[in-house]
Design a protein. Structure first.
Length: 276
């Protein structure tokens, strides 16, 4: 069997095991609440967001609905992947798998793809349903390019959190340590990054939270490049007309590529040297 066929076979096995697991059945209502639920709420013609903002297009509504991805889907990605390596390591199965006639680098690729697809497929389905909901409520569709950028951005942020969890799982000998690290990373970027931004702004003498201050806007935009959630929103903002935070689309997509390559390289390197 060729290397590609082995990767595909192992990846699909991981995908099937995770997609049809009890864990996914528990998380699915959360995904439904956070993604189509937010799309329904934000597409209400009478909705008024903080600052007196009212979304006027389907693309804007989906931008605000992306909060459901940040708060719900990324957490589910962590909870789905935290034991991707540590479980087999604790049970002794990892030693058997690593002794199989399949390169470790191929096994690491299969692990990433399998876990990534397990959270990506249901999230994409719900994301597509959200598009339909927005059209039903507003009579508007995002453009084809808006849709491509939107779905691609969702895929990337889920990949990043799957990679974070698998890296943690490959380093931890106990599943408790693995999930603690994964949730810690999620909590840092989802809740604490705003505090980091505030502290840097304070140290730099920039007025904090002044939405009309170019220095604050530029600083926030730059610091968001160091957060997967921030890069995710930068990607979506490339399709908004009035979103300018001092970061060009080229830089945004370049940083997104870096966020994809470096963690994957780290995980692959770890799998090549891991001792069962």
């Amino acid at each position: 069997m060729s290397g590609y066929k082995k990767i595909r076979s192992v990846a699909m096995r991981h995908f099937s095991n995770k997609l049809f697991s009890v864990r996914m059945a528990i998380m699915l209502p959360i995904l439904i609440l956070f993604i189509p639920g937010m799309a329904w709420g934000f597409s209400d013609p009478k909705v008024m967001l903080p600052g007196g903002i009212t979304p006027s297009s389907a693309t804007e509504v989906m931008f605000y609905t992306s909060l459901g991805i940040v708060f719900g889907a990324t957490m589910c990605a962590v909870l789905l992947s935290f034991d991707g390596v540590s479980k087999d390591r604790a049970s002794g199965v990892l030693e058997i798998k690593l002794s199989q006639p399949m390169q470790r680098s191929h096994q690491s690729v299969a692990l990433v793809i399998g876990h990534w697809l397990a959270i990506l497929v249901p999230t994409w389905v719900l994301w597509a349903i959200s598009f339909v909901i927005v059209n039903y409520r507003m009579g508007d569709w995002p453009s084809l390019l808006d849709g491509i950028v939107s779905f691609s951005s969702v895929a990337l942020i889920l990949l990043w959190y799957v990679l974070f969890s698998l890296i943690a799982s490959s380093h931890a000998r106990e599943q408790g340590t693995s999930i603690a690290f994964g949730i810690g990373i999620w909590f840092l970027f989802t809740f604490l990054w705003a505090l980091v931004t505030t502290m840097v702004a304070f140290a730099s003498g920039v007025s904090i939270g002044e939405e009309n201050d170019p220095k604050w806007i530029d600083l926030e935009g730059i610091l968001d490049l160091f957060s997967p959630n921030g890069v995710f929103h930068h990607l979506l903002e490339t399709r908004l007309d009035d979103a300018e935070r001092g970061v060009s689309p080229l830089i945004t997509w370049t940083v997104a590529l870096i966020w994809s390559i470096l963690p994957w390289y780290w995980f692959n390197s770890r799998m090549n040297t891991i001792q069962p």
